[in-house]
Design a protein around this ligand. Structure first.
Ligand code: PMP
Length: 458
């Protein structure tokens, strides 16, 4: 099909996730065609350096023949096996074992999903079931962070605290509550790590007190907030929140959909912080985007509560046709091998200082107010005035301008609201590729700075 016909057909029929439908109709689709390592090629033959790993998922980079091989072999042997009732398949069993082996040791059981949203949804359903089954049906209030993202399911999108996920969807639900983000750059305490941590713990305690601890089920958080603008809390924040939840008698759920699988350095961010959550959600890097899969991991206490509490042998009514899909699981096993024996975690650790230094150097740029990162997850926050941290007027649509300029310069990253630029390079990036990333990024920022409407707004 010619490109113009594809674009026209897309415009007519395909609804794109998290897009303004009218803006998409006007703009048309950008069609990506192939990928190798950290590089993508679009349908017009443009070579693009992907600094966002697709959607923070292709942690291995594109085009790994070994992943293609295991997927093909699994497809020929057994393309599908139900996990319902008492059926199963070897790749899923082995992947569950590996996850439990490598996850924080509080986590003993795995339920496989199709992605992150339904992992969050499953976590919420299992928590609800746990409290009902253990005789505490009043514990149904959920707390999450402002600017948090926990997927797009009908309930999870309510825990997500980004306005577009709520507007016109009748969210949040009455039992969903938020406390402020641990946002050093914009904190009232000026970013002092201990103060940021203390403010968060105090906010959680206050919210639990307001709702009544006997009514609160759980606190959900991302170890580093991704879609809310790559907000990196101080080291020690995660542990402080975990400990506070234990004291308050509420479950602590770490949503590691982005931070998992080497994104922040260790396999899981919880591991790097010495944190043992009650439940953890993962997706994305689990299969590096080569096939859809997510998972919710839970402690033995939660599992046993669900298993025993009902006092019956009734089925636990949660399931999907493609839970523990054999092809996704086989891919997950190979991806895990690449992270460890394949040297990707080691490469990410070796490259992370280069990434951090490149972002920090850009603090000298007139547009850049903040540079933050952990491992290979980072952001630049652009401001109209560095002294006051004043944001650009949203009407300027600067994020869109930056993303399109970057694309013309052969670079893909994510430009969020509030002019935050997010980066999540693949764990296979070489030093040379980081060089290209920062050269193209600097060029992009310079072009944007030269625009008269941007100058006028500063
Ligand atoms: N939780 C977090 C922290 C995420 O970043 C995402 C996706 N960006 C999700 C959940 C939802 O995952 P999915 O898009 O695979 O449904």
């Amino acid at each position: 099909m010619p490109t113009s016909a594809l674009i026209e057909s897309d415009r007519k029929h395909l609804i794109h996730p998290v897009a303004s439908l009218r803006a998409h109709e006007a703009r048309g689709v950008t069609i990506l065609e192939s990928g190798r390592g950290a590089w993508l090629r679009d349908i017009d033959g443009n070579e693009l350096l992907d600094a966002f790993s697709g959607l923070w998922c292709v942690n291995t980079g594109y085009g790994h023949e070994s992943i293609v091989r295991v997927a093909t072999e699994q497809m020929s042997r057994l393309p599908y096996a139900t996990g319902y009732f008492h059926f199963g398949c070897e790749p899923a069993i082995r992947l569950a074992e590996q996850l439990i082996d490598k996850a924080p040791k509080s986590l003993r059981h795995v339920y496989f999903t199709l992605g992150g949203s339904d992992a969050v949804d499953a976590a919420i359903r299992y928590i609800t079931n746990y409290y009902n089954a253990t005789g505490r049906p009043q514990k149904k209030q959920f707390i999450a962070l402002e600017r948090g993202y926990h997927g797009s399911s009908s309930v999870g999108a309510g825990l997500t605290a980004l306005p577009v996920f709520h507007q016109n969807f009748d969210l949040p639900l009455p039992h969903q509550h938020y406390i402020p983000s641990p946002y050093p750059y914009r904190s009232e305490s000026g970013g002092d790590p201990q103060a940021v941590i203390a403010e968060s713990v105090a906010a959680l305690r206050a919210k639990v007190a307001e709702l009544g601890a006997e009514r609160v089920a759980a606190f959900f958080c991302e170890p580093i907030q991704g879609s809310g603008g790559v907000i990196v809390p101080p080291k020690g924040w995660l542990k402080a929140m975990r400990d506070a939840c234990r004291e308050l008698g509420i479950l602590f759920v770490a949503d590691e959909v982005i931070t998992g699988f080497g994104r922040t350095g260790p396999l899981f961010a919880c591991e790097g912080e010495g944190v043992e959550p009650d439940l953890m959600t993962v997706a994305k890097g689990l299969t590096a985007g080569y096939a859809p899969m997510g998972a919710v991991l839970m402690s033995d206490e939660v599992y046993q509560g669900i298993a025993d509490g009902a006092g019956t042998r009734a089925a636990v009514g949660h399931g999907q046709t493609y839970s523990a899909h054999p092809v996704s699981a086989a891919i997950g096993l190979e991806v895990m091998r690449l992270y460890h024996e394949g040297g990707l975690l080691a490469n990410a650790a070796a490259q992370a200082p280069r990434f951090e230094a490149g972002l920090r150097e850009l603090l000298a740029h007139p547009l850049v107010g903040d540079a933050r990162s952990r491992g290979l997850l980072g952001a630049l926050e652009l401001v109209a005035d560095k002294a006051t941290k004043r944001r650009f007027d949203p009407a300027l649509n600067l994020s869109e301008k930056i993303a399109s300029t970057a694309y013309r310069n052969g670079l893909i990253f994510r430009a969020f609201n509030d002019n935050i630029l997010g980066f999540a390079p693949a764990l296979c990036y070489t030093g040379e590729e980081f060089g290209v990333l920062f050269e193209r990024l600097k060029k992009t920022l310079d072009t944007v700075l030269d625009a008269p409407e941007v100058r006028a707004a500063m």
